[in-house]
Write a protein that binds this ligand. Structure first.
Ligand code: ASP
Length: 440
């Protein structure tokens, strides 16, 4: 590649690579612009709704190995899918030899990480051959820590290898080498992380993330029909949306590129001319104040009150201790003088809720201890939040018109407003908020 020319890293997800015709579409996209130098691929995903992803089939094989059972059945499906793709693409590689090798190693290596990684490996082999590109094994350049995160040394190792390669590169996503030398995978959906690492290592100008939707939507379009994609969103906004349940982008995939300011462009393989969404470090939030709304459920709100609670630190400690003992996850806590309010991420039933109240009141001398009905926490996010001083009022009016109770959880976070409504209010409330944001 000529010096000074832009480099793009393009990652394609499993549905974009589920069969040969999808892969042919991907080739057209890649070859339409020779800045697309490095392509990161997922394993073949679902071709039809009722299909199982190749990664899941491989993990099933591994489970059967562990149980000492035959894994011939799921493996036969993998073999069929890989052979179908290879023959439709006219790939000259001996895929049966590769598959035989994997079949044998599944029962020798007996690790879920090895099994899970092979879908990406096989897909990258076939796609590199189909593209006439160089295949680089992720095990050679991606390093993971014991707990499955990116090992910082990876960037240097990857840079050294990738920068010497002329022409296009195809790199399998999702896996690398762990601290003890074996194959290790990231968490599910982890090919996004590989793409981010590759983008940073090669010094990419853009990290393209190709999926089957035209970008990041203002809300889950399965719940709110009118929700469309946003043109620009910041890394910070993405993070805030993820904390309240939006599965917008693999969170760990943001860190590598955020650090060096490489923008991520989320695009749709089935609609390549759509601009998609740009994830950047900053955006003009004066124009679009808000970028998204999402909800997370189920929660229960625990309210404990004691007169002069602030004078009894042991009481507060005991309450927090019980929550810990019960292994309850508290996502939001408001400690204020005589009151502690906790939003517990739990699907406990009413009997469980009564039990917890009993435990607290029997242990600590409190005036009020109350658990709410199941709730959904809804967050509205945008860097232009300060320019929306009446937002919470508008939302409150909308929700009361719908006839649902609303509790404001936090109106003081920098770029997020957080409130809670009963579970059955989720869809109508989300739709009403989307209407408000879209019509602004
Ligand atoms: N194939 C892996 C999964 O299904 C990784 C990925 O697609 O990003 O989770």
């Amino acid at each position: 590649m000529a010096k000074g020319k832009e480099i793009w890293v393009s990652k394609f997800g499993g549905t974009s690579l589920a069969n040969a015709s999808q892969i042919a579409k991907v080739k057209d996209i890649v070859f339409a612009d020779d800045r697309r130098k490095l392509v990161v691929v997922s394993a073949p995903g679902k071709e039809h709704k009722e299909d199982t992803k190749v990664t899941d089939l491989l993990l099933t094989c591994h489970k059967l190995v562990e149980q000492g059972k035959s894994y011939d059945e799921p493996f036969a499906i993998i073999r069929r899918r890989i052979n179908e793709i290879a023959s439709a693409l006219g790939v000259g590689l001996d895929m049966d030899k590769e598959l035989d090798d994997i079949y044998a190693r599944l029962s020798q290596e007996k690790t879920a990480d090895f099994a899970g990684s092979r879908g990406e490996y096989l897909n990258a082999l076939m796609i590199s051959e189909f593209f006439g590109a160089t295949f680089v094994d992720a095990g050679q350049i991606i390093r993971l820590t014991e707990d499955g995160r990116v090992d910082e040394e990876t960037y240097e190792i990857a840079e050294k290898v990738l920068k010497t390669i002329e022409g296009r590169i195809v790199l399998p996503g999702f896996y690398g080498t762990g601290p003890h030398g074996g194959i290790q995978t990231f968490s599910r959906g982890g090919s996004d992380i590989t793409g981010a690492i590759a983008a940073r290592s090669i010094g990419a100008d853009i990290y393209e993330n190709w999926t089957d939707v035209s970008g990041i939507y203002i809300a889950d379009p399965r719940v709110a029909e009118k929700a469309g994609p946003v043109a620009k969103i910041t890394y910070r906004e993405i993070r805030e949306l993820a904390t309240i349940g939006a599965s917008v982008f693999h969170e760990d995939a943001i860190a590598p590129v955020r650090k060096v300011g490489i923008p991520i462009n989320v695009k749709n393989t089935n609609d390549p001319s759509a601009p998609g969404t740009m994830i950047t470090s900053s955006r003009d939030s004066k124009k679009d104040h808000l970028v998204g709304v999402s909800g997370k459920k189920p929660y229960r709100r625990l309210v404990v009150e004691k007169f002069m609670l602030d004078r009894y630190p042991d009481a507060a400690k005991a309450i927090h201790g019980i929550i810990e003992q019960e292994k309850l996850v508290c996502d939001v806590v408001v400690d204020a003088f005589d009151t502690i309010v906790m939003y517990l991420a739990t699907d406990m039933d009413d009997a469980g809720a009564d039990e917890l109240v009993k435990k607290i009141t029997e242990t600590v001398d409190v005036d009020i201890c109350d658990m709410s009905e199941p709730l959904v926490l809804i967050g509205v996010v945008g860097e232009g939040m300060d320019l929306e001083p009446t937002l919470m009022e508008r939302i409150a009016t909308t929700i009361s018109t719908l006839g649902f109770p609303l509790t404001v959880v936090s109106a003081s976070l920098p770029i997020k407003r957080l409130f809670a409504v009963p579970i059955d209010a989720y869809a109508p409330v989300l739709n009403a908020i989307v209407d408000t944001i879209v019509s602004d």
